[in-house]
Each structure stands twice: as structure tokens, then as C-alpha cells.
Design a protein around this ligand. Structure first.
Ligand SMILES: N[C@@H](CCC[C@H](N)C(=O)O)C(=O)O
Length: 259
């Protein structure tokens, strides 16, 4: 059997995208999903995303990491699936869809996809790092010499170490450029390596920088290795709300693969 797939990228975080409205894709075959994401033996991607029908919303997003396992929310993947739904003519310029962390709203504004993220109430500020969940878990720590951080080695030590252990976390290293601009490099759980960008990661960084007083602004530009993203938010006594992740999402190619 041949499966038609599309490849999307959002600031270099890349995904195999499959229209699974007919429910033909075998979702329990972890090995197969991992093989499709393999950059040498498969299509290649940081993850694989299925677009499915939803009873009351425009569509449903099902996200798998490159290791073949279904995981928590992917912010860049969320922006890419909105672009894909637009390409499939399921939506025009706005969408409401279901993901693993709940309902999301999104807007397409020219080349940009704006994705509303879930509210964040629990921001754990520690001495040397911040931990918070923006749909996926994120450890955020400052790095004086971001360019030279060995992201894979140090990220993996933190991801598998205390207190995260088996569940793990994504790990973000940050440098402040100005009150409104930060650079970020991310080690992603489930890819088990650095990715060029992480949407829930930069969202976590923007909130962490606000929570620790590194910035007082609520519209932050985040430079990733794959390009620039923006995050806006509001703060109330109970936490952060009206959080938006903003950036480009691009279809790269279409193909067919035997499976
Ligand atoms: N690249 C994603 C994050 C995907 C989920 C993550 N790897 C995890 O398993 O926690 C993003 O853009 O948010």
C-alpha cells in the first residue's frame, strides 16, 4: 500500500504530515512511525502529525515524536497543521482544533500562523532554572555562551536526570539579547537531540523570562536556529493567559511512500 504524505516545516522544526480523515493510518505501529521520521531510511522529520476529523471542531491533531511515540503538544506542529488544513481547504483563515492538551484557536495572517496556546498557571522558578508546562514540559535555563553549549550532551543529562527521570522534559538554553529579544536552543524529548526550533519551548522561554523578571514585556521575539518566532501573553494573579505563538509554517514537498 502507498501512503501519501506531505512535509511541513515551521522555523526548521519539520514534520511528516498525513491526512488521516479516512482513518487508514496504523497509529499503533511505533516502529513504522519511527521509520518514516528516519532521515536516512525514511522521509525524515522531528515528528509525524495526523490530521483527523473531529465531531464539533475543524479537525483533530495527533502528534508523534521522531521516536515513534505519541507525545504531548507540539507548538510548531500545531502551526503547521493549520497551514495543512488550509491547503486541504478544511479551513480558510481561522481554525479551531483539538489537540492532546485541549482545544486550540488559530489564525492565518499572510505568511504567519498564530496559534493560541493553553493557559499556564504553574511556573516553578528555581535558583538556576524554571520549569513549566506549555502543552509539553519545559526546563529553561540561561546560557552565557549559547553558541558553544553542547546541547545534546547537557540537554540529555538534564532530560534523563532528577527530577524528570523517565517522563523526561524538553530543555531550553537561553541568552538575553534585549528586553524583547532572546535566543533559544532546545533539546527535544522524543527526538533526543537538538531541533532547530521548538514552539512550546519558545513559549515556555517567553513566560519564564517574564516570571523571573528578565523582561517586563508581553510580546517577545525568540531567535531559534531555524528562524524567528514571537510569543505574546497576558498575566493575571492566577497565571499567564491569552498566549499566542506566532511564526511561519511552510509546505516543503509531497510524496508517496510504500507502507
Ligand atoms: N517541537 C515541538 C514539541 C514536541 C513535543 C516534545 N518533543 C515532547 O515530547 O515533549 C514544539 O514545537 O512544541
Amino acid at each position: 500500500m502507498m501512503t501519501t504524505f506531505y512535509k511541513y516545516q515551521g522555523t526548521g522544526n519539520d514534520f511528516v504530515m498525513i491526512d488521516n480523515r479516512q482513518l487508514l493510518f496504523d497509529k499503533n505501529n511505533t516502529k513504522h512511525i519511527k521509520a518514516l521520521c528516519n532521515r536516512r531510511f525514511g522521509i525524515g522529520g522531528d515528528g509525524l502529525i495526523l490530521l483527523e476529523n473531529h465531531d464539533s471542531l475543524d479537525f483533530k491533531m495527533v502528534y508523534y515524536n521522531a521516536d515513534g511515540n505519541e507525545s504531548t503538544m507540539c507548538g510548531n506542529g500545531g502551526r503547521c497543521i493549520v497551514a495543512f488544513a488550509n491547503f486541504l481547504k478544511i479551513i480558510e483563515n481561522r481554525a479551531k482544533f483539538m489537540a492532546i492538551d485541549g482545544e486550540h484557536e488559530a489564525l492565518i495572517d499572510g505568511d504567519l500562523v498564530k496559534l493560541q496556546m493553553q493557559n499556564v498557571s504553574d511556573v516553578q522558578v528555581n535558583k538556576a532554572h524554571v520549569f513549566l508546562n506549555t502543552g509539553s514540559p519545559h526546563h529553561v535555563q540561561m546560557a552565557a555562551d549559547l553558541k558553544n553549549v553542547d546541547i545534546k550532551t547537557i540537554g540529555s543529562q538534564i532530560r534523563y536526570g532528577e527530577p524528570y527521570n523517565d517522563t523526561g522534559t524538553n530543555v531550553n538554553f537561553v541568552t538575553k539579547n534585549s528586553d524583547t529579544n532572546f535566543s533559544v536552543r532546545t533539546y527535544e524529548r522524543g527526538v533526543e537531540d537538538e531541533t532547530l526550533s521548538c514552539g512550546t519551548g519558545v513559549t515556555a522561554v517567553a513566560i519564564a523570562m517574564h516570571a523571573t523578571g528578565e523582561t517586563k514585556n508581553n510580546l517577545i521575539k525568540l531567535n531559534t536556529e531555524g528562524g524567528a518566532l514571537q510569543v505574546s501573553f497576558e498575566k493575571s494573579p492566577s497565571g499567564y493567559y491569552n498566549i499566542w505563538l506566532i511564526g511561519p509554517a511552510t509546505q516543503v514537498f509531497k510524496g508517496e511512500i510504500a507502507c
